[in-house]
Design a protein around this ligand. Sequence first.
Ligand code: CLF
Ligand code: SF4
Length: 433
Amino acid sequence: MRCREEKQGIDPELKRRIEDHPCYSEKAHHRYARIHLPVAPRCNIQCNYCNRKYDCQNESRPGVTSAVLAPEEALERVEEVSRVMPNLSVVGIAGPGDPLANPDETFRTFELLRDRFPDMKRCMSTNGLMLIEHADRIHELGIDHVTVTLNAVDPEIGARIYSHVILDGQRHFGREGASVLLERQLLGLRMLRERAILTKVNIVMVPGVNDDHIPVIARRVNDLGAFIINVIGLIPTPNTPFADLRGPTPSERKRVQDQCEGFIRQMRWCRQCRSDAIGLLGHDLSSSMFESGPVFGEGCRMKKDIISSKAASPDLAKGPGRIYVAVSTMGDEEVNSPFPGTGEVLIYEATRDHIMFLEARDPSRFTYGDGSDNMLKDVQAVIASDLDEEAKDMLAGLGIDAVACSGPIRSAVARYARGKGIDPPEDDVAGPI
Ligand code: CLF
Ligand code: SF4
């Protein structure tokens, strides 16, 4: 009988490369921490969803700014964090601009890290414009994981997403700019594959612009050897051309992810973290560990306004044989946080074929009232270590079950599902890869 890894096409060597990377393995994301080093302030393109007061949105949520560090300061930060965080396994550079628009700072930082922390995974996220020039350097420095954000493989669609691209001091606009970027992204991905570097492709899903096009992107990047894709919902940011658009609803995003799942792995657990994030995904400790002053003067003051302004309403479609459950957790794949509490709220789907983690809902983006934007209005149950009377009343008013328990999340979801006549497979109760 084939083991689960084999069924998923993951050989032992590949498993070794992803098993402690929180963005390449769902299981790892509950256990292993990453640190982002904000050493790269400049950018070489202009995305229509990006306000440059904030971090690069290709990897981060809008409304967050990170203080830029020099490479030596970045190394000191890793030294400090690694002393208190034994599960720190990955160090990444993801902004606040594009790492490859700041090659000196980016590569100097990776050089210092390679010498001082040779066993820590080195990771980078880029818009891909300058990959061709730097693929060899990336390989030499042992940067084993590279994310490329690629929002269109059709320049007509790309022209609606990118306002311009700067190459060799020249600005390229519209379709021409999008073609320049695309050509270089595709060649860059190929070059990374030739160097056996694991690649992830982030796609920012913009309803009405590239949503129907995402399966086409997924097929193309799969052909170019990408390991996994991460469909990120647009979070509209003030003072950008996309300020008045909306992000996808949970069911719109899930529909696209399900369409793509047939031919490439899906990362569904991304938290769109900031470019100086530290810790487990979803439990960012950066602001409690270090003063993260604003680079461009606004700081995180704007964060709440931006994030709460255009949250897509929860709309997972209930149906026979399928239930959605919200779990309150502080991490470790355990039900270990009360509701409401300071932990995250994770949404799981259970059917007779799977238990699937769908998304994390940020309480700051939603309300708990009885309106249509209640962040839990589309789930059947809330599972938490404890629920206060007010929470139980609110849930009862929405027809949602309140379940207090502890222990592994997937066992708790399976128990609830079985009580509703749905028996998920044992493999999935045991956990993800
Ligand atoms: Fe950082 Fe990105 Fe490396 Fe991960 S994040 S550079 S691949 S170590 Fe991860 Fe954060 Fe999502 Fe990025 S959850 S935003 S996918
Ligand atoms: Fe902004 Fe990142 Fe796009 Fe550059 S690549 S414009 S920093 S979102």
